[in-house]
Design a binder for this molecule. Structure first.
Ligand code: GTB
Length: 217
């Protein structure tokens, strides 16, 4: 069955793999599931045809026969439940891995996104320096806690799981801001994720989309 996801036609991150289709591509590559990508402009994302798939007019979406999903976490959980490779067989270990998926999305990603938004939209505001400092403190608090829990392990709980996949993509959102290098075990953790062949394939696919969009301009 053909499986289709959506992604930016022209990624605002210029192919750095920071948009949320990257995590879905990576999950699909990890489990060896072929997929097609429908590229959308910002205008197309807000049109009724796409809003019928995604109530908030965003990417990524996932279509598999009659099933339509939005929310990258739900999409990755679905992929992980359909295919071996992203969640452990053991029920307790599986529940813990799903817990890490939620932790990445609900506990670690929000302060990182808030800091990113501050850089993007508040750089010229009189409060920028103070607000940035406050937001960085919040991000350091989370990374400190995460670093302490990861310790010298390769992955968060045993073998690589969908929890690690999400956590690595979340930490990568700091790539131009920094902070992660202050925690050598987290920097090594992100590098381990990026070194996975499935990650490399996913990254190159999304980069090729950006390069094609540049070539056609
Ligand atoms: N919670 C949803 C999920 O996890 O799927 C969030 C989806 C989401 O935010 N999608 C973004 C989107 O469609 C793209 S990924 N935005 C358009 C809109 O809302 O109109 C967010 C993103 C965008 C750009 C960068 N970047 O340039 O670095 C990074 C991340």
């Amino acid at each position: 069955m053909t499986l289709t996801i959506t992604a930016f036609e022209s990624a605002p991150d210029r192919g750095r793999g920071l948009a949320r289709d990257m995590r879905v591509r990576w999950a699909l590559e990890e489990v060896g599931q072929p997929y097609e990508v429908r590229l959308l402009s910002f205008a197309q994302m807000k049109e009724p045809a796409h809003c019928a798939l995604h109530p908030f007019g965003q990417i990524p979406t996932y279509e598999e026969g009659d099933l339509v999903l939005f929310e990258s976490g739900a999409i990755i959980l679905h992929i992980a439940e359909q295919h071996p490779g992203l969640l452990p067989e053991d029920a307790d270990a599986r529940a813990r891995a799903i817990g890490w998926m939620f932790a990445a999305l609900n506990t670690v990603e929000p302060p990182i996104v808030e800091l990113g938004m501050c850089f993007l939209f508040e750089r010229d505001k009189p409060w920028f320096v103070e607000r940035r400092a406050g937001l960085e403190t919040g991000v350091r608090k989370r990374l400190n806690e995460l670093s302490r829990r990861l310790g010298d392990h390769d992955w968060l709980d045993g073998g690589f799981s969908a929890g690690d996949l999400l956590m690595v993509t979340v930490l990568r959102r700091l790539d131009r801001i920094g902070i992660v290098p202050e925690y050598p075990n987290l920097a090594a953790y992100v590098a381990r994720g990026e070194a996975r062949p499935a990650y490399q394939r996913a990254f190159n696919e999304q980069l090729a989309v950006f390069e094609a969009s540049q070539a056609s301009n």
